[in-house]
Write a protein that binds this ligand. Structure first.
Ligand SMILES: [Mg+2]
Length: 260
């Protein structure tokens, strides 16, 4: 049975990284949670700002970890960016993302000299002055910036890792331009996921480990926000964010009890 804070909820959106796995390890209860979701009859989607992989690669990696997640169940920040780009007039893009993630942008023309739009995602250790300077010059020549997200940091085995928000904000600072943010907590991203579920915001709960992007971002447009106390969760962040999740769970395995 659903907890009191979530009664009337008819569908779920679920963060992946920090909720179902950290680094390449599944978190306790992740497989049980997926089994419960599958038998629940609830519509659900995974919504992720993870941008190092294409949707197909992501699904494969998850299945290798023992998590049964189909590509069609994953909604990524990259897909939201593609929808933005399709609304533009055949833009040339400079994809500042991994080669794998570039597959999701195959329908567009790429250029690193006269791009109309820079698409910024996670490139891990490949960030350097040369790339930042190229992006800076393109924006100064008039290119727009679409950042797949603006994450501050994320949880890896060895500790927290700097995320791309610092690079996006650096480019904004130097160019006096503002990036469009494609992924969570952009309302457009959540609305896209709701459209896919076919449900209204008030009928859906979002579960994630990021108090800002997952919990507050979802609550801001009328979804319920459920905080998973795993991944990057730290008690002091809740105080700082002045957030009040509708529910808190100690781990994703808790949702197996909701549907037992
Ligand atoms: Mg997360």
């Amino acid at each position: 049975m659903l907890p009191d804070g979530l009664k009337n909820v008819k569908g779920l959106l679920l963060d992946l990284n920090g909720v179902f796995y950290v680094a390449n390890r599944t978190l306790p209860g992740a497989q049980e949670a997926i089994a419960a979701l599958q038998r629940s009859g609830f519509p659900y989607r995974y919504v992720t700002n993870n941008t190092t992989q294409s949707t197909d690669s992501m699904s494969l990696s998850l299945q290798e970890m023992g998590l049964s997640v189909e590509p069609s169940q994953i909604m990524t920040a990259a897909y939201a960016a593609v929808l933005h780009l399709r609304q533009m007039d055949n833009p040339k893009i400079y994809p500042l993302i991994t080669d794998d993630a570039k597959q999701d942008f195959a329908e567009f023309t790429w250029s690193d000299t006269d791009a109309d739009v820079i698409v910024i995602g996670d490139i891990g250790d490949d960030w350097n002055y040369r790339l930042m300077n190229r992006a800076f010059r393109l924006v100064m020549k008039g290119a727009q910036m679409i950042a797949l997200h603006r994450g501050k940091y994320w949880q890896w085995e060895a500790g927290i890792q700097l995320d791309i928000g610092a690079f996006v904000t650096g480019l904004e600072y130097a160019t006096d331009q503002t990036a469009i943010i494609a992924g969570k907590p952009n309302p457009f991203f959540y609305k896209m996921a709701l459209g896919d579920l076919g449900l209204a915001a008030a009928d859906v709960a979002m579960i994630g480990d990021d108090i800002e992007a997952d919990v507050k971002g979802a609550q801001n447009i009328g979804l319920k926000g459920v905080l998973a106390k795993t991944g990057k969760y730290r008690p002091e962040l809740i105080v700082k964010a002045e957030a009040s999740p509708d529910e808190e769970i100690t781990g994703i395995g808790a949702i197996a009890d909701w549907f037992s």
